[in-house]
Design a protein around this ligand. Sequence first.
Ligand SMILES: [Zn+2]
Length: 112
Amino acid sequence: MTSSRADGIAARRQELVAALEEVERELAELRSMRERQHDDDEHDPDGVSLSSEWSRLEGLRQTEVAALAAIDAAAARLSAGDDGICAVCGGPIAPERLEARPDATTCISCAR
Ligand SMILES: [Zn+2]
């Protein structure tokens, strides 16, 4: 049980790291696209869509960063031995919930 839980956390973490790298790559591309456009034309017609794409990616990046922090916290709790304990009521978190959401910090009742 404990080792499969650790595997679940590690797998989820890997997904998040990959997703975060992807977002950062897209942000870097967008940044260089913006810089090129400024060189070419001050009145670039794509300016608006570029900045809305920028906010979308930036929001996505923050979501990934937060999820990564949550999974790291779950890994820390696991190694500290207080894994599966609800952060709100101190009760146990159902194993099925932890399987579905490895980074869950609250039990089902407290998450509602
Ligand atoms: Zn709870």
